[in-house]
Ligand binder design. Structure first.
Ligand SMILES: Cc1cc2nc3c(=O)[nH]c(=O)nc-3n(C[C@H](O)[C@H](O)[C@H](O)COP(=O)(O)OP(=O)(O)OC[C@H]3O[C@@H](n4cnc5c(N)ncnc54)[C@H](O)[C@@H]3O)c2cc1C
Ligand SMILES: NC(=O)c1ccc[n+]([C@@H]2O[C@H](COP(=O)([O-])OP(=O)(O)OC[C@H]3O[C@@H](n4cnc5c(N)ncnc54)[C@H](O)[C@@H]3O)[C@@H](O)[C@H]2O)c1
Length: 474
């Protein structure tokens, strides 16, 4: 077999949302750039994660909002058309065709190589192309590993053999299974239980720990569990699955200390594993299979030409944070290629400080959970002097107009020494769009005394800000 060689300034391995953005910044910075992709350009978010999952949830959300408004509720006389929702979902994934994203890559002056790439020593990437030929890419300046993550399947006896759903099947299924078992009550488990229960499945959710969404404020997980139960989901907390089997008739059976649970399918949603096992890390002295260890500019310590960006470094596994890291790492790659100094201080143009200090996220359950920065528990663990203020969102006029009997909670964690916000969590209907105000306050470290002058419009849900500040001031 003949092996061709090509040289670029920057090689980006993996064309998910993160890799696309690293390549874009590098190309805009005047560096010749190549993207290597083994599946679909756009990665998980476009085809098997954010976009299809939110499309599956949106129909139920709109109906719930209409049912919560006297007068409008009378117009909701039928059920959701599940087939039409799945069809709309298929539109968002472009029927799992990446032609438009590939077109964008090429129109941005970035070369695209389709195939399986792996490091082959210093600044070298060997690609087995889709047609079976080999191509060796050489990088003058940098290689950015953006290979993302995949679903982790826990070592439960028999689980791998039942061919469980991963988030890929849960977001791309062509019909609702009659009975769906969901293993894991984090982001994916909570969202997918919400979606499929309302698309016709009978869902049982098994969560190992004492509450859903363990990484956010406890009130959020409690509200989501209560709402899922209201929708008819069988939510089992403290439930450890010990074994799994598929019976002749097709049933999946999960065994726990509380007995057996049966379903037509089981979704495994217990977190992610890094896609680093088969990318040649051993050829540059690194251990395969683990999240890539990186510094604040996303550079791998001791290997200055190598970067690990997005899900693959395990810092924050969210599309917007991967894209943020891509902007920071991309700027660092361009600056270093020009021989410029890269400032590694917090909040510089080259570092991903928000990963540690101000990561926003929205769980699109009913109620939504929108949070940024530290939770109460994280502030306590970090030993920061702080006070927690809480206020029921339903008590503000805007919320009562938004939905009859609006129920929700806002929680702010305030640094009592510096009088700035460390973190904010909103739990309630329609709070996703409130979150960016909190993100700006946390990132900007806006003093409470100045925040007081940020007057929310009446009557909007944003008036929750005024109530939180009044509660803090006492
Ligand atoms: C069900 C679900 C819902 C989610 N919803 C949201 C949400 O609403 N909002 C949000 O912010 N985040 C969400 N996330 C998280 C989000 O999907 C990820 O954080 C994001 O996709 C990470 O992007 P990435 O580019 O780093 O990795 P990926 O999207 O995994 O992209 C990596 C790319 O690298 C390619 N690749 C891997 N190995 C190789 C190789 N050897 N050679 C060539 N190519 C390779 C892969 O094919 C892939 O295209 C969700 C996740 C799941 C599972
Ligand atoms: N809306 C969003 O932004 C969104 C949506 C989906 C996923 N994501 C991202 O994808 C990541 C992965 O999501 P995820 O839900 O797979 O992981 P997760 O870390 O959010 O949740 C995993 C859950 O599984 C539970 N668990 C672990 N082992 C278990 C076991 N053996 N049995 C039962 N329960 C078990 C954990 O207690 C936890 O609650 C998220 O952390 C998030 O970064 C984001």
């Amino acid at each position: 077999m003949t092996t061709a060689e090509q040289e670029y300034d920057v090689i980006v391995l993996g064309a998910g949302s993160t890799g696309e953005n690293v390549a874009d910044i590098a190309a805009r910075g005047g560096l010749s750039t190549v993207l290597v992709e083994s599946e679909l350009v756009g990665g998980e978010c476009s085809y098997w994660a954010c976009m299809p999952s939110k499309a599956l949830l949106r129909g139920s959300e709109v109906l719930a909002e209409a049912r919560a408004v006297q007068g409008a509720a009378a117009a909701v006389t039928g059920e959701q058309d599940a087939a039409a929702t799945l069809d709309r979902r298929d539109g968002f994934t472009h029927h799992w065709d990446d032609a438009s994203q590939a077109e964008w890559v090429e129109s941005s002056g970035i070369a695209l190589v389709r195939g399986q790439g792996r490091l082959a020593g210093e600044k070298r990437v060997a690609v087995t192309r889709d047609d079976g030929t080999e191509l060796v890419l050489l990088a003058r300046h940098a290689v950015a590993v953006c290979t993302g993550s995949r679903a982790a399947v826990p070592p439960v006896e028999g689980l791998a053999d039942v061919q469980p759903w991963t988030p890929r099947e849960a977001t791309s299924a062509k019909e609702a299974p009659g009975r769906l078992l969901v293993l894991g009550g984090g982001y994916v488990g909570s969202e997918m239980a919400t979606a499929w229960q309302q698309l016709g499945s009978s869902v049982t959710l098994l969560q190992r720990g004492p509450r859903l969404l363990p990484n956010v404020e406890p009130a959020a997980g409690e509200a989501v569990a209560e709402s899922l139960r209201g929708l008819g989901v069988d939510v089992r907390l403290g439930s450890e699955v010990r074994a799994a089997r598929r019976e002749d008739g097709g049933d999946v059976v999960l065994t726990t200390a509380d007995g057996e649970f049966r379903g037509d399918e089981v979704l495994v949603a217990v977190g992610r594993a890094a896609n680093t096992d088969e990318i040649g890390l051993d050829t540059v002295g690194l251990e395969p299979g683990r999240y890539l260890d990186v510094d604040e500019s996303l550079q791998v310590p001791g290997v200055p030409w190598l970067y690990g960006v997005g899900d693959v470094n395990g810092r924050q596994q969210l599309t917007h944070m991967g894209k943020y890291q891509a902007r920071q790492a991309g700027a660092a790659i361009v600056a270093r290629a020009r021989g410029e100094q890269v400032d590694l201080a917090d909040w510089s143009p080259f570092v991903a400080t928000a990963d540690r200090r101000a990561t926003p996220s929205v769980v699109f359950t009913d109620p939504q959970v929108a949070s940024v920065g530290m939770t109460t528990a994280q502030a306590a663990d970090a030993g920061v002097p702080h006070r927690v203020v809480e206020y029921p969102i339903g008590s503000v006029a805007g919320a009562s107009l938004f939905a009859d009997g609006y129920s929700g909670t806002a929680i702010a964690v305030v640094d009592t020494e510096r009088e700035v916000l460390l973190g904010v969590t909103f739990v309630g209907s329609g709070v996703a769009e409130l979150l960016h105000s909190a993100t700006i306050a946390v990132v900007g470290e806006v003093p409470i005394s100045r925040l007081w002058h940020a007057v929310p419009s009446y009557p909007t849900i944003s008036e929750i800000w005024l109530r939180l500040l009044e509660t803090y001031r006492g």
